[in-house]
Write a protein that binds this ligand. Structure first.
Ligand code: FAD
Ligand code: NA7
Length: 646
């Protein structure tokens, strides 16, 4: 009854009218009607029971046998839209009590029949589906892709060629190879305008998540040294012990060696580059360190580092070339570096201006300030566009309290050399000098020289990204995953997941699409921010404030509570809940270890959890994640959101 189950799953959205026919002394009939009746009592706007009760078994059988026309229609309608003929046969041969079907009205006429459900067990199954929380996964939706002409007996060099050996490309290549495909990965790093280059693995491992998280950790350690260690008695000379007791006094940052941090981070990255190469070899994926561009829909032109050209042919191709930082275009913009350069910078960055106010800019500003640099952020409009506004503003306030400077509502209009420094003039006419200007004003798809016109693929002119449906581009044998795909969240696990699932669809017979909804993520600013689902602002825009309960709480993480230097620091959490269904629409957490806290809640959200599920989960004490399970104050109540003790 897959068809019926799908109908039940979607029934919550519209009102379902369920007809149950049977005879009054039949236990199965009574069971089916009582379950449906209870549900219709609970969900009067979504479910209606229509009983067709017969006084005796004979009267029921008589109706069942003689209403053949009716049963034919029930059978025919139940197979509509389904490839299975089973429903059809079952409906017309059904002889037991009860006999249940869906109708478009309470009338028992042939015109009103929409679908045959079955007998008692089928009806109970239907009811179970009906009350299941709406699936946030797309597992029941099939990815209907356009046939791409692939045949195992093709004469191309490879079954699958992947352009780009980053998070998505590597994952897809290994998955496809494990399914028996002959796969090659082309990966070539074009140096950044400032000349930075790196090895296999793409943005995440070389110039993204990995070095960023390590440098963020350096900042946390430094911050702990400055704000917490003295109050934990660490590093306090015996003669100063009395002075430190309970006194709010910041320790110094202590000396920080950029060279040591940078070298150790880069060594770690090189070890990962090596591991990726070994991994490809072990999985029998051919790695080609070549730059590729399309000649036609089955041929890539390759260029090696010496400029030697060649060609590779393929049956299918996945574009996984990612993106690159959008350059600052004002005069002198070439003096700025980007995230492609900062993690391998061969000198101490000194006094830094971070241009842009989103994810990457604020994370970089955070870790640079944390290791002791003088850091300013140039904000064009708001912090962290697209994230929850209340949380974004708290991150800004926290950074300001730590000493990061913000220049609000400005963009740089001129960068010029001033001795060893860069003089920056801002749109409000003010200027200042910096040792380093770091541009983080967004990322652009790396597609300009990909030869896409040769294969009829048109990119979005505003970001050079490639539109696709189920990762299939407008040219059916060419697919796209990861950062370069239009609308894809720019996150490593998203690229990896999409790559694996696409490979399974191309070579493993799967039809399961990638689910891009409810992806949890963390912004590694000094006050870390973990989030999944709707921001409060987006939820209000979509559902209306009157349909939401917003639970919130401020708390002091235990680990900060004996550091008077942190008296102005707070954690925060918030759940946005559908008032009617109790379903959690969004979760937000500001505090230590935000990524670790949010990961498990991401699974709960994927399963369509309710707020009751979360508050009925016994917390782990004493942790900060526990604060989410004890949320109880709504904004609407006006009660204080400050956490009490345990
Ligand atoms: P990429 O990893 O960018 O790989 C593309 C590869 O293709 C590159 O190696 C490139 O050199 C190669 N290539 C390009 N053109 C060609 C060509 N013509 N021929 C051959 N090879 C080519 N995500 C998170 O989940 N968590 C984080 O904490 C996080 N932090 C980040 C911090 C920073 C500073 C940045 C910049 C990104 C961060 N991201 C983070 C995002 C994450 O790095 C990306 O989402 C992810 O790397 C995208 O993977 P991808 O496979 O789409 O592309
Ligand atoms: P985002 O999220 O695209 O943000 C870009 C930021 O740069 C944002 O604050 C913009 O301000 C600002 N911006 C954009 N253009 C300019 C110009 N011309 N001048 C000054 N400021 C500008 O990019 P990120 O680099 O932070 O992150 C990209 C992804 O990489 C991110 O999703 C992570 O997953 C990894 P605005 O709000 O538009 O006024």
């Amino acid at each position: 009854m897959a068809n019926s189950a799908a109908a039940a799953a979607s029934a919550a959205a519209t009102k379902s009218i369920i007809h149950v026919a049977g005879y009054s002394s039949c236990g199965f009939y009574r069971r089916a009607t009582s379950v449906v009746a209870s549900l219709s009592l609970l969900f009067p706007n979504k479910l209606q029971l229509v009983e067709h009760e017969f006084a005796s078994r004979d009267a029921y059988r008589d109706w069942l046998i003689h209403e053949t026309k009716f049963r034919d229609v029930v059978g025919a309608s139940s197979s509509a839209g389904s490839s299975s003929k089973q429903g059809n046969l079952r409906a017309t041969s059904h002889s037991s009590s009860p006999f249940c079907w869906l109708g478009s009205s309470a009338e028992c006429t042939v015109d009103e029949v929409t679908e045959f459900i079955g007998g008692c067990d089928d009806t109970l199954d239907w009811c179970r589906k009906f009350v299941e929380p709406a699936k946030s996964s797309t597992s029941e939706i099939l990815a209907q892709m356009i046939p791409d002409g692939h045949s195992p007996s093709h004469n191309y060099d490879y079954d699958l060629l992947i352009l780009g050996g980053g998070s998505g490309g590597l994952a897809a290549s290994k998955e496809a190879a494990s399914l028996g495909a002959k796969v090659a990965v082309l990966d070539y790093v074009k140096p950044s305008p400032a000349g930075s280059k790196w090895g296999l693995g793409g943005t995440c491992v070389n110039v993204g998540c990995i070095p960023k998280k390590l440098m963020h950790n350096a900042a946390l350690l430094s911050e702990g040294h400055k704000l917490d260690h003295p109050h934990y008695g660490i590093g306090v000379p015996p003669e100063l012990e009395e002075k430190w007791m309970g006194i709010s006094q910041d320790n110094e940052h202590g000396h920080h060696s950029w060279e040591t941090l940078k070298s150790n981070v880069q060594n770690h990255i090189r070890s990962l580059n090596f591991k990726y190469r070994v991994d490809l070899r072990e999985k029998e994926v051919t790695y080609l360190n070549l730059l590729g561009s399309f000649l036609d829909a089955h041929t890539i032109e390759t260029v090696d580092k010496k400029g030697t050209k060649g060609t590779v042919t393929f049956s299918r191709c996945i574009i996984a070339v990612g993106g690159r930082p959008t350059p600052i275009t004002c005069p002198g913009g070439e003096l700025a570096i980007s995230s492609d350069d900062i993690f391998s910078l061969d000198h101490d960055p000194g006094k830094v201006l971070c241009v842009g106010a989103s994810y990457i800019s604020l994370e970089c500003a955070g870790f640079l300030h944390g290791i002791g640099k003088d850091v300013t952020v140039a904000v064009r409009s708001i912090l962290l566009r697209g994230f929850d506004r209340e949380c974004a503003d708290m991150i800004g306030d926290h950074m300001k309290s730590m000493g990061v400077k913000f220049r609000e509502e400005v963009v740089p209009t001129l960068l010029e050399k001033s001795g060893d420094r860069i003089k920056v003039t801002f749109s409000n006419g003010e200027s200042d000098e910096y040792d380093t200007v770091l541009g983080a004003i967004g990322r652009t798809g790396d597609t300009v020289k990909l030869g896409l016109p040769n294969v009829g693929i048109v990119t979005n002119p505003s970001n050079a990204k490639i539109p696709a449906k189920y990762e299939q581009t407008s040219t059916p044998n060419i697919y796209v995953i990861g950062d370069v795909m239009e609308g894809c969240p720019e996150l490593t696990p998203v690229a990896i997941h999409a790559g694996k699932m696409l490979a399974r669809r191309l070579f493993g017979g799967s039809m399961q699409p990638m689910d891009y909804r409810n992806v949890c993520t963390t912004v590694f600013t000094p006050l870390e921010y973990g989030t999944v689902g709707y921001s409060e602002d987006d939820a209000i825009a979509e559902f209306g404030a009157e349909n939401l309960d917003v639970y919130h709480k401020y708390f002091v993480p235990l680990e900060w509570s004996i550091s008077p230097s942190r008296s102005y620091h707070q954690g925060f959490c918030k759940a946005i809940v559908d008032k009617h269904t109790n379903k959690v629409l969004g979760l937000h957490y500001l505090g230590p270890n935000a990524g670790e806290v949010m990961q498990g809640f991401g699974t709960a959200m994927k399963l369509g959890c309710t707020f009751k599920d979360i508050t009925e989960t016994v917390g782990i004490h004493p942790t900060t994640a526990e604060e989410i399970t004890t949320l109880s104050i709504t904004k609407e109540s006006g009660a204080s959101a400050a956490a009490g003790g345990c």
